[in-house]
Ligand binder design. Sequence first.
Ligand code: NAD
Length: 358
Amino acid sequence: MPHSVTLIPGDGTGPEITEATRRVLEATGVQFEWDVCQAGAETLAKQGTVLPEEVIDSIRRTKVALKGPITTPVGRGQRSANVTLRKRLDLYANLRPARTYQGLRSRYDHIDLVIVRENTEDLYAGIEFQRGSPELEELIELIDRTTGHRLDSEAAISIKYISVAASRRIVKFAFDYARANKRRKVTAVHKANIMRLSDGLFLSIAHEVAREYPDIQYEDRIVDNMCMQLVQKPEQYDVLVLPNLYGDIISDLSAGLIGGLGVAPGANIGSQYAVFEPVHGSAPKYAGQNKVNPMAMMFSGVMLLRHLEEREAATRLELALMQVLAEGKNVTYDLKPRPDDPTAVGTSQVANAVIERL
Ligand code: NAD
């Protein structure tokens, strides 16, 4: 039976890398029935929205999507399609593996980290109070009355919101992932020494959940120290679980540790649906040029295959990608010593090289 998967090419360079990824996935021999759904700049022009309802309906039906990047329109009153998708489908876990492969130009050799970022709350919940608004005045009054702190009314406030339920489910997700993927350790990352109540809550829930997984090592780190440790001795870390903002920052730091966005895959996972996509954005300046690296999306395709329990095909595709990287010949400009290297190949040539090695 073919796997029914929603395929969202996205915009900018999205359609090119999506096509390259679709080709390598099909070349593994796994059967797919793609439900291709448009989202992004084109649907904004035609339908007035970057995320048509059909996309959500399709994922509700197929349960799983492979997605190219989507540009966030600036200043047109449109919310990011990416954030909306995560919210509408309650994709609460953002999973971003960061692994060094032979052939990548990185300062490090043996990095194998998995970042598990909470995707729904924290400072990203979008609860903000505008400077000069009556709501801000009301909040300032409340804070004065309840804490004795009188805030300056010439200010803006964003709420950092951390709940027991969301903390518990993300930490459980990290431990379940560690157990299922034979990882040895989970590190909870926080700033509970300063934000004693919000990050303190996250940390106390992490301690509580960790006791349910005696087979997996557990520790915690303060986020600033974590940054330094990741730069100095990244090999000591394994699975990291973090609230939304720290997760965002640390996952980009980790992409930098392994040699850049061109090879950093990701997934957004909820209890019912999963959306696989590269970490990078739509790189619009290169759209239509057959130039950008499709490997981050192809590695996201490896994650998709594992999610569909096509483990053998996933391993085969991962090995083919590793081989192309190690050979260093059929790779795009971003993996060359200089971006104007004339031996760099295009997006579709990378796909051909991967298919030949499958
Ligand atoms: P970007 O990731 O598109 O680009 C950052 C830099 O990396 C650029 O120099 C770009 O050319 C390069 N780059 C990115 N992907 C590459 C690839 N596959 N191969 C080679 N080089 C690559 O980030 P940005 O410029 O900040 O964002 C562009 C748009 O994408 C914005 O509208 C942003 O909101 C959106 N975005 C979407 C997603 C998503 O769909 N999940 C994620 C991040 C950003």
